[in-house]
Design a protein around this ligand. Structure first.
Ligand SMILES: [Ca+2]
Ligand SMILES: [Ca+2]
Ligand SMILES: [Ca+2]
Ligand SMILES: [Ca+2]
Length: 157
């Protein structure tokens, strides 16, 4: 693994509805994501405060989508290596609130990629998350004697 993480995905969206595209860079290796707000004429300002840019995580992909149709685009971040994925609700004032309840953010897994689409045409965006791809085993047990203390560690249902 490279030190300090690596940018895995680039996702553009006008999250503050000022007419120009802002950009999110997702980073793996536990690095925080990077969010840059488009200033229109003077380039981009890096956003350093808030939930999105302080969450760490092995984030392979992100997708913007206004899932609740309130006019502000929200953000989903897919995390790998068994970490929970993240959903952020755009509050409309530049802040994002992490959504902590529901299947979207509580299914762990090795999420690699994600996309929003209204697949059933009900007017609300649905979310597709691609998991897996390869199975990279976690660190092996250090000795056979330690293999009996794994009970309860798995909560996958
Ligand atoms: Ca913007
Ligand atoms: Ca990350
Ligand atoms: Ca929204
Ligand atoms: Ca739908």
């Amino acid at each position: 693994m490279t030190s300090g993480g690596a940018t895995a995905d680039v996702s553009w969206a006008d999250y503050d509805n000022d007419g120009d595209l802002d950009v999110l860079l997702t980073n793996t290796g536990g690095e925080n994501e990077r969010l840059f707000r488009n200033d229109g004429t003077n380039g981009f300002t890096r956003i350093t405060q808030g939930a999105i840019v302080n969450a760490g995580g092995n984030s392979g992909s992100a997708a913007w989508g206004d899932y609740d149709n309130d006019g502000y685009i929200d953000l989903f971040v897919a995390n790998d290596l068994g970490q929970q994925n993240r959903l952020y609700h755009n509050e409309g004032d530049g802040a994002f609130s992490p959504v902590t309840k529901g299947a979207v953010v509580n299914d762990g897994g090795r999420s690699k990629s994600c996309a929003w689409a209204d697949y059933d045409n009900d007017g609300y965006l649905d979310l597709f998350v691609a998991n897996g791809g390869y199975d990279h085993p976690p660190a092996p047990p250090q000795s056979p004697a330690s293999s009996t203390i794994m009970g309860g560690a798995r909560t996958t249902g």
